[in-house]
Design a protein around this ligand. Structure first.
Ligand SMILES: Cc1ncc(COP(=O)(O)O)c(C=O)c1O
Ligand SMILES: N[C@@H](CCOP(=O)(O)O)C(=O)O
Length: 466
């Protein structure tokens, strides 16, 4: 399998190369040259497989010759063996139509573990083939950071530098990162928003002084391998609900457009998906883009669903590239306009291409809070604010009554216990695996968002690549 950049100028790479590269050298994002396809019979034959086996089958065509099938299977069983639920991503039912796909049974209690447990093992697998050192530079609005740190803490050939927006993530999220004291883990709180942190990360990939000295790697969903691992749970949910014979709709709380793009890829691979509902909070660039063609980033507004406080959605570029005819030069030009003006219009081809599968909703705080209460009143489920945004969008979407609508439960409610308590009166307890979080020592540094100070910080601590 070959990977190409959305901006058309970076060299094509194999899976190993794309995983280690993270961002393409032309500033674009890697994605497969073509989508692998399963027949309906192939998909039907996957029903009932253990999650790790299903993951192996879905990932195999993407991995190509980079990893042998038996080794990939071992990695999948190791990654998903760390989840606290035997089903890995269990489904719960609310009513005749509404379902919940719980993606938070991994070590750090958010859907990011599904991909990052795998990515940590992939990095180790590839780095063990040489004596190279990887300097991971990541941005987090709360969940990617802890999941990535858990996945790579203590690994010899990796350093991880994780930027989070100071004061804009929950205390549980922060402590899940900053109490990991392994010497290869470096947490940095910066002034500004997640978008500022993400822009710094992307700039570092294209900074020749930095990437000449260090092999910079990505754990954010700009890294294709992240999305590959997230495709699996769309298949898992669909197969449990009668797929592929029956279509399923998914409602996805969305920020950086990684999770929902994985659903789009599942559909390209042959999974019958009725609809992907993109649910945003008041940081609604994606809702405006999908409903009006207006992709313009405003200021980020802090909300009670902080992990979705994002106005520049990296993976949207992958969708625009794929729907817009896969024209790298045109994509590079469109993104140059966006980078200059912080605004662009979708082309008609992009809008038409997206409208077949996607719809969207912007969910306000009152509706988010009512969704938390409805989940508890109707099914005794305590859900987190991000999931509540997805659930509200699922309930107002016009989907035929015989189609199940699955909301992706992206985080455990205990990660956002203040917001959950405000909405429902219930304060979710921290699960046992992170129970002593508030007794642990914290370590992190604070920097302004200034690029040079962050680059100097990384340069002062990272190991040069050989
Ligand atoms: C809890 C939670 N829900 C939803 C999202 C949005 O996912 P994505 O950025 O893949 O759209 C995030 C962050 O990415 C998150 O941490
Ligand atoms: N919500 C994320 C931010 C988006 O990051 P990505 O790694 O999915 O690109 C977070 O919680 O950090």
């Amino acid at each position: 399998m070959e990977y190409i950049s959305t901006r058309g100028r970076a060299p094509a790479l194999d899976f190993e190369g794309a995983t280690l590269a993270g961002l393409a050298s032309d500033g674009g994002l890697y994605l497969p040259r073509e989508w692998p396809r399963f027949s309906q019979a192939d998909i039907a034959a996957m029903a009932g497989l253990p999650y790790a086996e299903l993951a192996t089958r879905i990932m195999l065509p993407f991995v190509g010759n980079s990893i042998k099938p038996d080794r990939l299977r071992e990695l999948c069983f190791a990654a998903y063996g760390r989840f606290s639920h035997a089903a890995v991503t269990p489904l719960k039912q609310f009513d005749e139509q509404q379902w919940l796909l719980e993606l938070f049974h991994g070590p750090t209690l958010a859907f990011k573990d599904v991909a990052l447990q795998m990515l940590g093992l992939l990095f180790e697998e590839f780095l063990s083939r040489s004596d190279a050192h990887l300097t991971i530079v990541g941005a987090t609005s709360g969940d990617t950071g802890s999941a990535a740190i858990d996945a790579v803490a203590g690994r010899d050939q990796i350093d991880i530098f994780m930027l989070h927006p100071k004061g804009r993530i929950s205390d549980v999220q922060r402590r899940q990162m900053t109490t990991v004291l392994a010497p290869n883990v470096h947490n940095i709180a910066i002034e500004g928003s997640f978008d500022d942190a993400q822009a710094t990360v992307k700039r570092m990939f294209n900074d020749s002084a930095m990437n000449g000295r260090y092999r910079i790697g990505a754990v954010n969903s700009i890294n294709w391998a992240r999305l590959m691992a997230q495709i699996v749970y769309y298949f898992a949910a669909s197969l449990q609900l009668g797929g592929p014979a029956r279509k399923v709709a998914f409602s996805v709380p969305t920020g950086n457009f990684g999770d929902v793009f994985a659903g789009y890829v599942a559909a390209q691979m042959g999974l019958p998906i009725e609809r992907l509902i993109v649910a945003t909070n008041v940081n609604d660039i994606l809702h405006r883009a999908l409903s009006e063609g207006d992709y313009s980033a405003g200021e980020v507004t802090p909300t009670a669903a902080p992990s979705m406080d994002i106005q520049v959605s990296s993976n949207f570029e992958r969708l625009l590239f794929d729907c817009g005819g896969r024209d790298g030069a045109a994509m590079a030009e469109q993104m140059a306009v966006f980078e200059r003006e912080k605004a662009m219009r979708l082309t008609n081809a992009q809008r038409d291409g997206a409208s077949g599968l996607f719809s969207s909703a912007r969910v306000n705080p009152d509706d988010m809070n009512s969704a938390m209460r409805w989940a508890n009143d109707s099914a005794g489920e305590v859900i987190d604010p991000h999931t509540a945004i997805g659930l509200h969008a699922a309930r107002i979407a016009e989907v035929a009554a015989d189609i199940p609508v699955v909301t992706l439960a992206t985080a455990h409610p205990a990660k956002f216990r203040d917001a959950v308590e405000r909405a429902t009166g219930i304060r979710p307890a921290l699960p046992q695996r992170v129970g002593d979080l508030f007794a642990r020592e914290e370590r992190y540094d604070e920097l302004t968002g200034d690029y040079d100070s962050i680059a100097n910080y990384v340069a002062g601590r990272a190991t040069e690549s050989s």
